[in-house]
Design a protein around this ligand. Structure first.
Ligand code: F6R
Length: 598
């Protein structure tokens, strides 16, 4: 979703801001803009990629302070007038915003000024000007404006009369301040944007604002009380966010999966090779009578697999819910529920809305996320980190496998704490799976052939499987549709004949997973049913369950953990299908990496 960068106090602000915006490209956007303040303000905006903005900004443009923005349209189409930064009528104030102001229509009516864009942001910058005219004090005008807003925001504001300050504020949308060397400070939606100049960051909490100068960071609440907060070191290596020799981040991130599993083993085991979870996590979950997993998209799909792990290994009843539906369709909660939030980014607004509600009701929450210090992590009672390294491609791959691996560790740890018999040696199994992942990834070319053979000309595709394979199929369908735009659906094999089989015609691609020994014959039966109706069936089977006609055979691993491996072929097929169609694999249309609006 929208991304914000800002910098004060250093020459070459323009280049640092443009590089910062490029680092935020992964979040998804449709237009971008920059503003600098020196003697007056200069604003530049473009629809499309940062590269287009870069070309549009004259070489000599720069400033002592500057702000930049990538926009993901919510109010009004992607266009230059709707792109940020937005300015007040006099041109004194210039604002960038991530979030959604819910009472913008009411504020607009009260303002009574003509607006140049359809955005809620322009309403805010006009209100700042109006409040400034009434108070004569910029800080006071900014604070008064923030108090009038309902909704989510991260703001960075320039005042053309005072290039020595950037005003910053946050409510529900992510924003960090980066601490420079005493000659500059920066602000960004995400630490990755500013790792180029600092690894020291200060968190901003909801309902707070910051007065940022080149050598000072003053945090205040909306009553003007000064707050103290120590910076933290972002544990991200700047090289982790580079593509290196890879053509796409998605390819790099798929390739990283074996190493991610090995890293997770290392992070969650002690010297004796036993699982070690923080006692606070165990205490949080034990004694709870039901786990409610909350997630969106791929994280929700990982939750479907995780439910099987927690129920079958730890013996704790578990439900999985789509975050955006939970508010309206809240299930009857048990007496002692545990809310488990699954989120790669830790910033997804739909999931956060459930967390806020759960906390209001006094329930306990555990977050499983890839981003230390993210909102869902900070606001839950405890966090388990994925240790997958930054995931940049919009299509989530390594976070999915990392989520399943971490949930398996949680399930085993709880089972052990409850004195339950453990079904297998988890750490040994995970190590075997990471080697099996290497084996699959070393045969990438085969998936290019499969994508060409089965998906080149097709408008739609089905994924079928039973047991854990059914859930992996749903994830495979999501990967395919989001990056190749082929309509794709994942179904439990047995469900086809209750409706979807009506869509099967000559050459309809049906990708079938056969990795579950207890149901493999049933799924083979479903494959026969679709083939009898003309489908082009592509079977991916585990060794020992395979047939000579199968498209690809993966090593046999523990049935419950098979999604860790069987998803790799589906990710690769989606990748090559998208490449074959000339799609922008890392930045699919309409999508954002970090979905910070509900
Ligand atoms: C799909 C994808 C999305 C995310 C979803 C949740 O490839 O990336 O479906 O999984 O937006 O995001 P997080 O996990 O950050 O909460």
């Amino acid at each position: 979703m929208c991304g914000i960068v800002g910098m004060i106090g250093q020459v070459n602000t323009k280049e640092i801001l443009l590089k910062g915006l490029e680092k935020l490209e992964y979040r998804g956007y449709d237009s971008a803009g920059l503003a600098f303040v020196n003697d007056g303000v200069q604003v530049f905006k473009e629809v499309g990629r940062i590269a287009a903005l870069r070309e549009h900004v004259p070489a000599e443009a720069d400033g002592f302070a500057g702000i930049g923005h990538t926009r993901w349209a919510t109010h009004g189409v992607p266009s230059v007038p709707n792109a940020h930064p937005h300015q007040s009528t006099s041109g004194r104030f210039t604002l960038v915003h991530n979030g959604v102001i819910e009472n913008d229509e009411q504020l607009k009516a009260e303002l009574g000024v003509d607006l140049l864009s359809d955005t809620d942001t322009e309403v805010v910058v006009q209100l700042i000007e109006k409040n400034f005219k009434a108070t004569g004090d910029v800080t006071e005008a900014f604070r008064k404006t923030l108090k009038a807003l309902h909704g989510s925001y991260a703001f960075a504001l320039l005042d053309s009369e005072n290039p020595d300050v950037i005003y910053v504020a946050k409510n529900k949308s992510p924003l960090l301040v980066g601490i420079g060397d005493g000659t500059f400070n920066v602000v960004a939606s995400d630490a990755m944007a500013m790792l180029q100049v600092t690894d020291q960051f200060v968190e901003l909490h909801d309902g707070e604002m910051i007065i940022l100068t080149r050598d000072n960071v003053t945090i205040q609440d909306l009553e003007g009380n000064i707050l103290e907060r120590a910076p933290y070191t972002a544990e991200i290596d700047a090289s982790d966010i580079e593509k290196g020799t890879y053509s796409h981040y998605m390819l790099k991130e798929m390739d990283e999966q074996p190493a991610v599993i090995r890293n997770i083993i290392q992070k969650y085991q002690n010297e004796a090779g036993e699982i070690t979870l923080d006692q606070s996590v165990r205490d949080l979950v034990l004694g709870r009578d039901r786990v409610y997993i909350i997630g969106c998209g791929t994280s929700y799909n990982a939750g479907l697999v995780g439910k099987q792990l927690i129920e079958q290994i730890a013996g704790i009843p578990t439900e999985v819910h789509i975050a955006s539906e939970f508010g309206y369709n809240m299930p009857l909660l048990t007496e002692k529920p545990l809310f488990l939030f699954l989120s790669q980014s830790g910033e997804t607004a739909d999931s956060r809305a459930v967390l806020v509600e759960a906390k209001k009701l006094g329930h306990r929450a555990l977050t499983v996320t890839n981003v230390q210090g993210s909102t869902l992590s900070r606001e839950a009672d405890a966090t388990l980190l994925l240790h997958a390294g930054p995931e940049i491609a919009v299509a989530s791959t390594k976070a999915y496998t990392a989520q399943i691996a971490v949930l398996s560790i949680l399930a085993f740890d709880l089972a052990k704490a409850k004195g339950k018999e453990l079904p297998f040696d988890l750490m040994k199994e995970l190590a075997l799976i990471s080697s099996a992942m290497d084996t699959v990834m070393s045969q990438k070319d085969r998936f290019q052939e499969i994508a060409d053979e089965y998906l080149k000309e097709s408008r739609n595709a089905f994924f079928i499987g039973r047991g854990q394979d059914a859930y992996v199929g749903i994830e495979g369908a999501l990967k395919l549709k989001e990056i190749s735009y082929i309509q794709a659906e994942g179904y439990p094999g047995g469900e086809l004949k209750h409706g979807p089989i009506a869509l099967i015609e000559d050459n309809t691609p049906v990708i079938a997973l056969v990795t579950q020994p207890h149901v493999h014959l049933n799924n083979r039966g479903n494959v026969k049913e679709v083939v009898a109706r003309g489908a082009n069936a592509c079977v991916i089977a585990s060794e020992g369950l395979d047939l000579p006609t199968d498209a690809f055979v993966i090593p046999m691993v523990e049935t419950l953990l098979s999604p860790l491996l069987s998803v790799l072929p589906l990710q690769l097929i989606a990748y090559y299908a998208a490449l074959g169609r000339g799609c922008d694999v890392d930045k699919p249309r309409n999508l954002a990496k970090s979905v910070t609006v509900e």
